[in-house]
Design a protein around this ligand. Sequence first.
Ligand SMILES: Nc1ncnc2c1ncn2[C@@H]1O[C@H](COP(=O)(O)OP(=O)(O)O)[C@@H](O)[C@H]1O
Ligand SMILES: [Mg+2]
Length: 263
Amino acid sequence: MERITLAQGQLFQRKRELEEMSEKLSLSNQELSRLNDMKSKFLSMVVHDVRTPLASIRGFSELMTKRVGAKEAAYLKNIVSSTDQLGRLISDLTDLAMIEAGKLKMEKSVFNFPELAMDVLPGLLINAQKKGVELLLHELPDGVMVEGDKFRLSQVFMNLVNNAIKFTPAGKRVEISFKREGRNIDVLVKDSGIGIHPSETKKIFEKFYQAKYQKDEKLRKQGWGLGLSIAQEIVHSHKGEIGANSPGLGKGSTFWFKIPVGV
Ligand SMILES: Nc1ncnc2c1ncn2[C@@H]1O[C@H](COP(=O)(O)OP(=O)(O)O)[C@@H](O)[C@H]1O
Ligand SMILES: [Mg+2]
């Protein structure tokens, strides 16, 4: 009898300890989520306050280009392209902040999927030309209607093609194809660039992850490792899939994404 009372007492004590621990955990959970909220708000504030002066630096530099000599114009061109680079980082950070706050909303409409390539192709061709990479677009399938956010999906497409151009040396080629496969439309971007180590083809879709086996430090510094994580988020919000295959380092890569067709 005495033993039972003792055990009951111990049980009661343990229960109280557990309750206290669970209360502490719940408090630190609340604190964590408050800090996370603060981080997201801070990020979007900074992003906004950087974007505005950046636009003015870019605008005035462009205006001045017409009023100065060739040497100064070349300097100004450098300023403009640097602001563009910074602008891209800012919009990636905005997207990241929205994803983390669960506010990256898709504005869906019904559109002919291959249009998304046509809209951004001229810009991509210029990038390829600058780098000396050949960009090849295979024939597009006809009339593939998709319900989705056209702007966001073309952002995914652009990210994959710009990466392919970036990670492919001059003189080589990037090939784009669109294929209707069952209930999906598949987009494939195949390059003949630096390739990916088999252990990293999944990791590169994590935010801020850049492949460690690739030796080119200069290419790494040109980015932040955000593009693919944002692309993945967008594709998943369309109930699609995204991935990368590579036969290995130095052997090129194929990045692909697929989206269900139909409305
Ligand atoms: N076409 C490609 N060929 C080889 N590696 C690539 C390719 N595209 C992406 N990667 C790898 O995936 C990483 C993450 O890509 P991304 O999220 O677009 O970031 P970033 O381009 O800013 O580095 C890159 O740093 C690179 O290591
Ligand atoms: Mg990138």
